[in-house]
Design a protein around this ligand. Structure first.
Ligand code: AAT
Length: 275
């Protein structure tokens, strides 16, 4: 008998893949958590029925959420990742030698523990001595820290359930306060096909707070529609004005310094979300 997993990405559209077996299933305090083994993408981490990461395409999302913001900051010493309990963004952050302290603020401790067990290539970086693990709601963490971080990366689940607060204007205002004078933030902002209202609203909110706001996309096959978006807010430096040749880490598979300037050239149906 064949076993198939479907994520209903919208009420009318889904992604389906064949699975060899279910490796883990539990209901945590915050969400349902599954690890399944797929034929096409290797192991897959699923929260509340939605794909968070897979062995084979995780590099795209984790590199693109991390490096664009990291190279925009002149000296990213203190970095905060909100969400991202699988550790993929932390792994990418630690590729930058300027980093002295990387804090992970994840609401659900079980995501970290299960990722350490089933995704060692992604979660391995969480045991690095520069990493500070903090299990609390990102909204509370942001409220408790002002003028602290150089870079804040928001690696959150979809804007329903525990992550709803991570897409609010008040949260971005908190991020602005938590960042130091030349701080940079990047948030994952969902699909330009399926989340158009959300993207336009988040772009307006961030550009109302930060002097520089930039929007870019990447191709991620296991995320809804396959096209994903990221919104960057910066207090001083414009990512378009930096040359990442020297600062981009060499060991990447998707992000490359030569693609950096063209990242912000958007197809028209995407660009209109930022106008
Ligand atoms: N690295 C890619 C995987 C994710 S995981 C997003 C994480 O955000 C989850 O582990 C979830 O527990 C955590 N989270 C949710 N709400 C909060 C909160 N309020 N504070 C801190 N952490 C939170 C993201 C994939 C995104 C795209 C999927 N289609």
């Amino acid at each position: 008998m064949e076993l198939w997993y479907t994520e209903k990405q919208t009420p009318d559209f889904g992604m389906t893949c064949k699975i060899n077996r279910t490796l883990h299933h539990e209901q945590t305090e915050y969400q349902t958590l599954d690890v399944i083994e797929t034929g096409q993408f290797g192991r897959m981490l699923v929260l509340d029925g939605m794909v968070m990461t897979t062995d084979r395409d995780e590099f795209v999302y984790h590199e693109m959420l991390t490096h664009v913001g990291m190279v925009t900051h002149p000296h990213p010493k203190r970095v905060l990742v909100i969400g991202g309990g699988d550790g993929g963004v932390i792994r990418e952050v630690l590729k930058h030698p300027a980093v002295e302290e990387a804090t992970l603020c994840e609401i659900d401790r079980r995501v970290v523990e299960v990722s350490q067990e089933y995704f060692p290539g992604i979660a391995g970086a969480l045991s690095d001595s520069r990493v500070n693990l903090c299990f609390e709601d990102g909204v509370q963490h942001i409220e408790a820290h002002s003028d602290t971080y150089d870079v804040i990366l928001v690696d959150s689940t979809e804007p329903i359930g525990p992550a709803a607060g991570l897409f609010q204007e008040s949260f971005y205002r908190g991020i602005y306060r938590s960042l130091r004078r030349d701080g940079v933030m990047v948030a994952q902002t969902e699909s330009p096909w399926f989340n158009r209202d959300l993207i336009a609203r988040v772009y307006r909110d961030i550009s109302g707070l930060f002097p520089v706001t930039r929007f870019y996309t990447a191709s991620i096959p296991t995320y809804p529609s396959g096209l994903w978006s990221f919104t960057l807010g910066s207090k001083e430096r414009d990512p378009l004005a930096v040359d990442p040749t020297e600062t981009a880490p060499p060991e990447t598979k998707y992000y490359h310094p030569s693609m950096h300037p063209s990242l912000f050239q958007l197809p028209r149906f995407v660009a209109e979300l930022t106008e």
